[in-house]
Design a protein around this ligand. Structure first.
Ligand SMILES: Nc1nc2c(c(=O)[nH]1)N[C@H]1C(S)=C(S)[C@@H](COP(=O)(O)OP(=O)(O)OC[C@H]3O[C@@H](n4cnc5c(=O)[nH]c(N)nc54)[C@H](O)[C@@H]3O)O[C@H]1N2
Ligand SMILES: Nc1nc2c(c(=O)[nH]1)N[C@H]1C(S)=C(S)[C@@H](COP(=O)(O)OP(=O)(O)OC[C@H]3O[C@@H](n4cnc5c(=O)[nH]c(N)nc54)[C@H](O)[C@@H]3O)O[C@H]1N2
Ligand SMILES: [Mo]
Length: 673
């Protein structure tokens, strides 16, 4: 008889859905969205709707593998876990004794957002004294931009947006990256709200918007300055709010704003003056203006500054504290867990070398640019840098090094796993225990295993314990079962700043969703050193925020890399339904296509200093002339081994946070023959 149990979607998505898993005889029959979860509300996205196809995919790795062919060839032979771990331990030890432990680089990101398995190997690599990884691939610039203005002030919860009368989706593709927020958008619209989308091209999300504002890539800060200038000029600034709650606004207004006339803002952002004027008027006079901020505007060499300037808008309008108003960049629900239980900062070797994951290509291919030893061993879990990291060719050249030992713990034989010496099979989230926290709403949940591990798969934590043993480590932490570790994370919520009540901790322990409650008055209790919103921030390298253009490299076209609703970074490429066709599509304006002799459905080759990649052209006026866009990150094995979008992206970093600049590149385009 089938039975239904609860689990959690582990993927790196703001929604963090609660799943109802129907199982029978150790197999998942189907999954559905939990109707009782405050944000999932009973439905799932395209990707997870058939999660059973991921869990029981014929492509799942069944056993550990050892390489038998050249690196990247994908030729392997199965070995036992004992052999795989013994060889890995021996190779790691050889690197440590020959070159020093910093020659070992652990590389991981958010393949799973379960906090035990996300950080699973961290304590072990810290004890070994390995290099530290700078986890910068996602949106550190967005976080830094927000922090510069708002400090640790919590983001406005998504539910507020339903009560907004002017809802701005800024650099966000909800239809791809966070479909559950669509409920709030629709509810706000039903109550008469106006919805505005600000993006560099008309994404499918534009269908949800009343007004679409197209900006030039990386120019949102200039648009925000134009809006602020206009608000100031028309007497639309919330003077009493600013006087009470904003630090340094007068100086900002006096020294920065005067230059940002409508003409200047329009020149920089490409937004017509009249539209900037309209936005200023509509935003400032709305009762409850709400901004849902995405990451798009932050993925540039001026990304943090763009975010910082946009974040000044709710301050200037006095939106904070008004019902239905505010700004949602990212909810830090994970602060409810004591993550030091897994991350073990106390194990960290003082002064250990840190390697920025956005610079993986450089770190592997040019050891001379590293302080300290070359990277001789790479241990990857929950990430697929061969496809998802910037500057793919540099990463692949590095991974192809015969003198580099590489071990990859994965659910599938990804592009990265193909370059491994040893591949370890990983469980999916439905096969292991973990805790989760939403970053698009305030909610926690534990996902207990719904089915046993498939094949010989092991969770990151279980494999880490075995590797620790193979390395002769005897620390008590490696004696802890996954369940014991997860229980401790659950219990830690009682002592965090969120102070979960005993009955909430109990609900969490059992696997039920637990919403977090923001304290009364949180929206005007600004968690900054001055207790005010910081229009000026003396602790920033640039105290006064001001826009500057992003460096992008050469090329006739701006190239924007946007999310696809069918994948999540390169995850979900295992599902034929999602990734077998319509991959590597280049959206291009019909006039540009014509000028290049390209037609709809034809093949185009994009190239720049980093490399080249082939696409199928889709001509559409949804993109402006001079810009091309491609949605999704695809396995090269889905592209006949050809390069993916990241062959075009660069290792250039953001202004703050040393983050990735996936959309901050340009390309030349010609027909592919
Ligand atoms: N289906 C799906 N879901 C996902 C992901 C996915 O790949 N696919 N990725 C997950 C991850 S890891 C993350 S971090 C989040 C990201 O979620 P989002 O923040 O929504 O996604 P971004 O990739 O930052 O891109 C959002 C939009 O920004 C636009 N954009 C690009 N440049 C600019 C600009 O200069 N200004 C403005 N205003 N807009 C710009 C892009 O065209 C795109 O439509 O989503 C998560 N969810
Ligand atoms: N061109 C371009 N590239 C991008 C982006 C973009 O917008 N454009 N977005 C970037 C962003 S925002 C991010 S966050 C990064 C993400 O980059 P990555 O973190 O590398 O993400 P994925 O490519 O999805 O790879 C995650 C892998 O983790 C594996 N996995 C899942 N669960 C588990 C588990 O429990 N254990 C183990 N061992 N493995 C597991 C999955 O099978 C999958 O192959 O990609 C970035 N790459
Ligand atoms: Mo991300």
């Amino acid at each position: 008889m089938p039975e239904t149990v609860r689990s959690v979607c582990p993927h790196d998505c703001p929604d963090c859905c609660s799943l109802l898993v129907e199982r029978e005889a150790g197999r998942v029959l189907r999954v559905a969205g939990d109707p009782g979860h405050p944000f999932t509300r009973g439905f799932l996205c395209t990707k997870t709707r058939h999660y059973e196809d991921t869990v029981h995919s014929p492509l799942r790795l069944a056993a550990p593998l050892r390489r038998t062919g050249p690196k990247g060839s994908g030729r392997f032979a199965p070995v036992s876990w004992e052999e795989a771990l013994a060889e890995t331990a021996e190779r790691l030890q050889a690197c440590a004794s020959g070159y020093g432990p910093e020659s070992i680089l652990p590389y991981a990101y958010a393949g799973t957002m379960g906090y035990l398995n996300k950080h699973a190997y961290t304590p072990l690599f810290r004890l070994l004294g390995a290099s530290e990884l700078g986890r910068t691939i996602c949106t550190p610039a967005k976080a830094m931009g927000w922090q510069a203005v708002m400090g640790a002030t919590p983001a406005t919860p998504p539910a507020e947006a339903a009560g907004s009368d002017f809802l701005v989706l800024w650099g966000l593709s909800v239809l791809a990256t966070g479909v559950h927020f669509i409920r709030e958008i629709k509810e706000a619209k039903r109550r008469g709200a106006m919805v505005v989308l600000i993006d560099v091209y008309e994404t499918p999300t534009a269908r949800l918007a009343d007004v679409f504002i197209r900006v030039k890539p990386g120019s949102d800060g200039a648009l925000a300055l134009g809006v602020l200038h206009e608000m100031a000029g028309r007497g639309l600034l919330a003077r009493s709010f600013i006087d009470a709650h904003v630090h340094g606004f007068a100086e900002f207004e006096r020294t920065v704003l005067p230059r940002w006339t409508l003409a200047e803002a329009s020149r920089a952002s490409g937004v017509p003056e009249a539209l900037i004027q309209w936005l200023a008027l509509a935003y400032a006079s709305a009762k409850a203006p709400f901004i849902r901020l995405g990451g798009g505007l932050s993925r540039y060499a001026n990304g943090a500054m763009n975010v910082r300037l946009v974040t000044l808008l709710p301050a200037a309008a006095g939106a904070w504290g008004r019902p239905g108003a505010g700004m949602l960049s990212s909810c830090h629900s994970s602060s409810a867990y004591d993550l030091s239980l897994v991350q073990r900062p106390d194990f960290r070797k003082p002064g250990a070398r840190q390697i920025n994951m956005c610079l993986l290509g450089k770190a592997l291919e040019t050891p001379s640019r590293l302080a300290g030893p070359p990277v001789k061993a790479l241990f990857v879990w929950s990430a697929n840098p061969a496809a998802s990291a910037p500057d793919q060719n540099a990463v692949l050249r590095g991974l192809a090094r015969e003198d580099l030992f590489c071990c990859v713990h994965e659910r599938f034989l990804t592009d990265t796993a193909r370059y491994a010496d040893i591949v370890l099979p990983a469980t999916t989230a439905l096969e292991h225990d973990d805790v989760y926290a939403s970053y698009g709403s305030y909610c926690l949940q534990r996902g207990r295993p719904a089915i046993p591990p498939q094949g010989q798969a092991k969770s990151n934590w279980d494999a880490c314990r075995l590797l620790a043993k193979a390395l002769g480590r005897t620390e008590a932490i490696f004696e802890q079962s996954a369940e014991a570790m997860v229980d401790r994370l659950v219990e830690s919520t009682a002592h965090s700043s969120w102070q979960l009540a005993p009955e909430e901790v109990e609900r969490l322990r059992e696997g039920l969703p637990v919403p977090l409650r923001l304290p009364e008055g949180y929206a005007t209790d600004f968690k900054t050193p001055t207790g005010k919103i910081q229009a000026v921030n003396e602790a920033e390298p640039q105290a006064l925020p001001d826009w500057f253009p992003a460096e992008t490299g050469e090329g006739a076209f701006a190239f924007v890399s946007a999310p696809s609703p069918r994948t999540l970074s390169s995850s979900f490429c295992e599902q034929d339904r999602l990734a077998a066709r319509d991959v590597m599509v280049l959206l291009m304006h019909p006039d540009d296509a014509r000028a290049l002799g390209l037609e709809d459905g034809g093949r185009a080759l994009c190239s720049n200093r980093q490399g080249e990649a082939e696409f199928t052209v889709e001509t559409t006026a949804r993109v402006p002339q001079g810009l091309v866009a491609s949605e999704g990150v695809w396995w090269s094995s889905r592209l006949g081994g050809k390069p993916g979008v990241n062959a075009l992206t660069s290792q250039r970093l953001t202004d703050r946070g040393e983050g990735s600049t996936f959309s901050g590149v340009r390309v030349d385009i010609r027909r592919a023959d």
